[in-house]
Design a binder for this molecule. Structure first.
Ligand SMILES: [Mg+2]
Length: 311
């Protein structure tokens, strides 16, 4: 069970912030940075949250990554900040600072995914309220605006296209969405690890924040990270939780203020002349190996995910 971040527990987090030399954020977009809206095409950051993100991500001693199920291009356009690292398609693509990654096996499934998308084109006509979000390497079928019972119909149709033993793709379920994803050992957690492994981050304090089932993979990704699940309490491996999406903006704003005070009092002007204290990118490498060492916890979750398919 997670601990609701109230005033008392902010103190616990503040103590860890005080001991850190830099902060690293891995934060989901929908339902976390931006409110959930009926039409996913209309989701956006509030001006307040954008301002906090801009200031946090612009600091030398902070790395801010947005890790989303949306396509990379979509999430980049919605956040629109140069200094942020973006990861789209549930981690299959990563871009920002000198980092750039696309999962090679997933990329090889592009044409096959395009063919599946063609077969889904008529679905919104058949099932009113259903929306198809065709991303770069995955496809989402949203049914938030559809009548009750639509999910079962979508499952039947998508399952006929992507049976459980499909060689290239799997179906996964999230909040009011069914997704077609390439059958690869990669998720938000492996993406978070991929980024973290490339940081010069001695003394960095990582935060991992998300609201959905796919974020659970990320919560396991880094030992000792501050993990926060957003929304009404559900089963989670995160240590902390926040009551709703609005509380995320408030928390980030508070963290920014605490961090600025800490850095100012700890280092005075020195912090500014030292460049990125304890935080930088190790390599501006092209495509490194996609095989990362994975923690036992992640492997266990991956095994248990097999039972996650919606049908
Ligand atoms: Mg989300």
């Amino acid at each position: 069970m997670c601990i609701l971040i109230d005033h008392d527990h902010r103190g616990e987090i503040e103590a860890r912030v005080a001991a850190a030399t830099s902060l690293v954020f891995y934060v989901d977009f929908d339902g976390t940075l931006a409110p959930i809206v009926a039409d996913p095409g209309l989701a956006s950051l509030s001006p307040e949250t954008r301002a906090v993100l801009e200031e946090l991500s612009g600091r030398e001693d902070v790395l801010f990554a947005v890790v989303s199920g949306r396509s990379l291009a979509d999430v980049k356009a919605r956040v629109g900040l140069q200094s942020v690292v973006y990861s789209g398609d549930h981690g299959l693509q990563i871009e920002g600072h000198s980092l750039r990654f696309e999962h090679p096996e997933a990329a090889r499934c592009r044409d096959a995914l395009a063919e599946l998308n063609q077969q889904l084109i008529g679905l919104p006509l058949l099932l009113p309220g259903v929306q198809i979000e065709s991303k770069s390497l995955t496809t989402a079928i949203h049914y938030r605006r559809a009548p009750e019972g639509t999910r079962e119909q979508i499952e039947t149709i998508t399952r006929s296209l992507v049976p459980a033993d499909h060689p290239l793709f799997v179906l996964t379920g999230g909040k009011m969405v069914i997704e077609i994803r390439p059958r690869v050992d990669w998720n938000k957690g492996t993406a978070v690890r991929w980024i973290q492994d490339r940081l010069q981050a001695d003394g960095a304090l990582p935060f991992i924040i998300g609201d959905d089932r796919t974020d659970e993979d990320a919560f396991d990704a880094i030992d000792d990270a501050i993990t926060i699940r957003v929304g009404p309490e559900e089963s989670t491996v995160a240590r902390y939780c926040l009551p709703d999406q609005e509380a995320v903006g408030e928390l980030l704003d508070w963290l920014l203020r605490v961090w600025k005070e800490r850095r100012a009092s700890a280092n005075g002007d020195e912090a500014h002349s030292n460049g990125r204290p304890g935080l930088g990118i190790k390599e501006s490498s092209p495509i490194p190996s996609v095989r990362l060492r994975r923690s036992a916890a992640i492997r266990k979750r991956e095994l248990s995910r097999r039972g996650d398919s919606p049908a």
